[in-house]
Write a protein that binds this ligand. Structure first.
Ligand SMILES: NC(=O)c1ccc[n+]([C@@H]2O[C@H](COP(=O)([O-])OP(=O)(O)OC[C@H]3O[C@@H](n4cnc5c(N)ncnc54)[C@H](O)[C@@H]3O)[C@@H](O)[C@H]2O)c1
Length: 346
């Protein structure tokens, strides 16, 4: 039995109270779905900056639990009182709420600062003051900035290249100096993908945008020459890392730990597009094949290569990515929810 399976089994027999911020977003709604499926008590906080009520509704309907214990608070992490309200009595906090887009952090740096630095600080302090067992927060691979090709480990010197990355790094530093006894863990997500990732915004992840375009018979555009690489990680593995980090049984007094969360495998944008087209045409043979991609100039703040070294998360958390890119695309495009699967294994 893997460490994750062990923990899922513990959770399915014992309810804890979890706060998920950004609960109406892509990753947050998957955390909600999995936790509700494990019969946990969940308090979601979101102000719908980019998330939607339909994400939450879908999470509830797919969770596989007829009596989901979810309290949703429409509120803003920039409001300290809202943060305190949701943290009261909580065991674990999974802080995901953020302005997530790199280009938008250039366009609206004050919004980035207020959500991703002040809002982060509010949640950290509210969780600490409420004596929660563990505070886990979404950091990002963006903190590494441009690095030479090859796997990046957590002690690589950082080079944030955008207001978004500066904010994510600031959160990591705050967690190191302000947790004061509360276990806090930052997860540097690589490129997450999966159902409910919003394809309708120019700020969305490339997989959701390209999948939507391919399904509509349109030709996607590649920014750059197509050789840029990314480490694409399926959302279930992001959920796994959050639950493992929250439930770590060590408290070594070393707060502010950070872990890479990816697959450790690089994929070029060109390979990605072919994989998406293959998966779409396998499941929807009637959709017309699209022409070769259009190539556009690289965007400000885009990095050339990104690939996680996940040794530390493997060793310390017991994290093991469970889905390859092909499997993840198949699940996302071919349909089929993960609902109930985790719990039914135990
Ligand atoms: N998706 C990725 O590939 C990726 C990669 C690295 C890091 N991350 C981080 O993971 C977290 C979740 O990202 P996501 O992809 O699910 O994005 P998302 O936009 O789907 O979710 C973010 C959620 O936060 C909410 N939110 C934003 N500002 C808020 C505020 N001030 N108060 C309350 N709620 C607020 C939004 O409404 C949204 O529901 C973010 O912290 C993001 O920076 C994501």
């Amino acid at each position: 039995m893997s460490r994750y399976e062990e923990i899922l089994s513990i959770l399915s027999n014992r309810p804890f109270r979890w706060v998920v911020t950004g609960a109406a977003g892509f990753i947050g709604s998957h955390l909600v779905e999995t936790l509700l499926g494990l019969k946990q008590q969940v308090i979601g906080l979101d102000c719908f900056l980019s998330g939607t009520r339909s994400n939450l509704d879908e999470a509830v309907s797919l969770c596989g639990n007829g009596k989901p214990d979810l309290r949703f608070v429409k509120g803003d992490i920039r409001d300290m009182e809202a943060c305190r309200e949701v943290c009261e009595g909580a065991d674990f906090v999974l802080h995901q709420a953020a302005l997530v887009s790199v280009p938008r952090s250039f366009d609206e740096p004050h919004l980035n600062n207020s959500c991703n630095i002040t809002g982060f600080l509010n949640m950290l302090l509210a969780a600490r003051d409420a004596n929660v067992r563990s505070f886990v927060f979404a950091s990002s691979a963006a903190v590494y900035g441009a690095q030479p090709q090859g796997p990046i480990c957590e002690n690589t010197p950082l080079a944030p290249m955008s207001p978004y990355a500066v904010a994510k790094r600031t959160g990591e530093l705050y967690s190191r100096v302000l947790s004061c006894g509360m276990r806090s863990t930052g997860l540097r997500y690589m490129n997450a993908y999966g159902p409910r990732q919003d394809p309708s915004s120019p700020y969305s992840g490339v997989i959701s945008i390209w999948t939507k375009q391919t399904m509509e018979g349109k030709t996607p555009a590649i920014f750059g020459d197509g050789n840029n690489t990314r480490d694409f990680v399926y959302v279930d593995d992001i959920v796994q890392a959050n639950i493992l980090a929250a439930m770590q049984d060590t408290n070594d007094g070393c707060n502010g730990n950070v872990f890479n969360v990816g697959t450790g495998k690089p994929t070029s944008l060109e390979e990605l597009l072919s994989s998406i087209q293959r998966a779409v045409h396998e499941y929807f043979p009637d959709i017309p094949q699209t022409a070769n991609p259009r190539y556009m100039p690289e965007r400000t703040g885009d990095i050339r290569h990104s690939q996680a070294d996940i040794t530390l998360a493997r060793k310390t958390l017991g994290y093991e990515p469970r889905l390859s890119l092909a499997e993840g695309l198949e699940r996302m495009i071919g349909g089929g929810s993960k609902a109930g699967k985790e719990t039914s294994k135990n």
